[in-house]
Design a protein. Structure first.
Lengths: 295, 239
């Protein structure tokens, strides 16, 4: 009888994709809902690539169509924050595949666990915002944005991955429920039509994770507004979210939060910390001088 | 060609008007399912070999007599889950009828090689999973892959290329704990070039996948179920 471990080896052997001689499979990068991502050597361009291959050639061709659609979306979204696609095709056994850049790095959830400084985390988030704004400008809604679908490279570069359930164009009536609980808005959970504001909800959930331990009420309010249950109450575009976040970084008042007088004083002090300190030092010195002369 | 062409599933063939087709389809189902059923009874129901063998025989006899397969509704579950649930019900009823599980006496209408099945279990004692469906599934996959490996060997032998199977066996079927050999090591051992080893391995894996998918046809009730089972089999590893 073959052992449990042999079963796994045989399953992998049967799933192994017979690509042409250009690509030599060297390992497995991960498994998704409908396919496996392999690491391969591209012998023509002498570089490592990632190859996403369907686990099975489906009877009605819907999985193949989805994979091809995903590759097409990636090809359209030529942006530094979105993984580029190099090639696409069909195996002899009918499984669709596409070849993309092999992203070397770690998933955002692993990076979050590192507790990097807030400024670093916000820089990463801004790069995600840039990629998503670009996708939305091309009428693409990701629909499954979550930490596991964002890769962070060694130089802090960010790649938004896994566009397999992305919506291309306007929603068309009732839809299949796709997405991940906690990162998908109520309208998506209920299978209704979604628009780019569904991604803004997911961005809010990502921001909440990224700034989880930061005490700033304004920053938390930005995340809360982005992931509001009512799409009309969220930021209406990635640019609006990005602008409010920029205001926070510049220590300007943000749209998402009504600050109190004391908070305003503290914020202004932080924003003008150096001039305020210089002014205070000047006043102290003048007073000291006056006092010395008085003596 | 992408996938095996749509054709009547094995379950549909059990409803055929032609007696020979019906008989062959039922034989195919029993052939593919008896060993997982036997091992499931041994592990999940903690039956001794004799009781498990008797109950397996009785279950498939009863399945034929009472047209259990004819009552299968694909809208409610996968075929393998349906058979497993039927088996659970059958074992439960048998346990209630005191003594039936302890003593043989069932009419053995289907020749099943329980000694082999028992020997297999002794050589690789499978871990008992808490998830009963997973337990049955694992034995079902084991049987499917084992038979597919045998088919692959037969295919290579028939083609007069046993060395191709030898390459596959050395690379994909090595012993647990053994380090996977390199292509160069296999090439040296079999007096081949490394390029030949990669070509043989690629050809054998392709053929193996084809055989597994064909065998899977005999174990599922529809194209949709076949596709779902294939996706589960080739998708994310279970552990």
């Amino acid at each position: 009888m073959i052992s449990d471990r042999a079963i796994e080896r045989l399953r992998a052997a049967a799933a192994w994709p017979a690509l042409d001689q250009r690509y030599e499979i060297t390992g497995t990068a991960g498994h998704g809902g409908m396919g496996t991502v392999y690491i391969a050597r591209d012998h023509v361009l002498d570089r490592d690539v990632a190859v996403k291959v369907l686990d099975v050639a489906d009877v009605n061709g819907s999985r193949a169509a989805r994979l091809r659609r995903e590759a097409g979306i990636l090809a359209r979204l030529d942006h530094p924050g979105i993984v580029p696609v190099h090639d696409a095709g069909m195996l002899e056994d009918g499984r669709a595949f596409y070849v993309m850049k092999l992203v070397k790095g770690r998933r955002l959830d692993e990076v979050i666990a590192e507790r990097r400084p807030l400024a670093d985390r916000l820089t990463l988030f801004n790069r995600i915002l840039d990629a998503m704004a670009f996708a939305h400008a091309h009428d693409i809604v990701h629909r499954d944005l979550k930490p596991e679908n964002v890769m962070v490279g060694g130089f802090g570069e960010v790649y938004v991955m896994d566009w397999g359930v992305a919506q291309d164009g306007a929603a068309d009536g009732e839809q299949t429920i796709v997405g991940t609980p906690g990162f998908m808005p109520p309208e998506q959970e209920h299978g209704g039509g979604v628009d780019r504001r569904a991604d803004i909800f997911a961005l809010g959930a990502l921001l909440e994770l990224l700034v989880n331990e930061d005490p700033s009420a304004a920053l938390r309010a930005i995340a809360t507004k982005a992931r509001h249950a009512d799409p009309d109450a969220r930021y209406q575009s990635v640019e609006a979210l990005s602008a409010d976040l920029a205001r926070f970084r510049n220590q300007d008042p943000v749209d998402a939060y009504q600050e109190s007088s004391s908070e305003r004083v503290i914020r202004l002090y932080r924003r003008y910390e150096l001039p305020t300190l210089l002014l205070l030092a000047y006043v102290v010195m003048r007073l000291a001088l006056l006092a010395w002369r008085g003596i | 060609m992408s996938f095996p062409a749509t054709r009547l599933s094995v379950v549909e063939r059990t409803r055929s008007g032609d007696a020979a087709t019906r008989r062959l389809a039922l034989a195919a189902i029993i052939d593919g399912y008896w060993k997982p059923a036997y091992k499931y009874l041994r592990l999940k129901w903690s039956l001794d070999p004799e009781a498990a063998a008797d109950l397996t025989q009785e279950f498939f006899t009863s399945t034929l007599e009472k047209d259990v397969i004819g009552r299968y509704d694909p809208a409610r579950s996968r075929f393998r889950t349906y058979l497993r649930l039927c088996l659970d019900g059958f074992a439960s009823n048998a346990r209630k009828a005191e003594g039936r599980l302890k003593r043989g006496g069932g009419v053995h209408v289907v020749p099943l090689d329980f000694e082999t099945a028992e020997g297999e279990m002794a050589s690789h004692e499978p871990a008992v999973s808490a998830d009963v469906d997973e337990l049955f599934y694992r034995e079902w996959v084991r049987e499917l892959l084992e038979r597919s490996v045998a088919d692959l060997k037969r295919h290579a032998d028939t083609a007069g290329r046993p060395v191709m199977f030898e390459v596959f066996a050395r690379y994909d079927l090595m012993e647990d704990g053994a380090e996977r050999p390199t292509y160069t090591a296999i090439a040296a051992a079999l007096n081949l070039t490394a390029a030949t080893v990669t070509n043989h391995l690629a050809a054998m894996r392709k053929e193996f996948r084809k055989i597994v998918l064909e065998r899977l046809r005999e174990l599922t009730s529809s194209d949709e179920e076949w596709e779902a089972e294939a996706a589960k089999l080739f998708g994310k590893p279970s552990r």
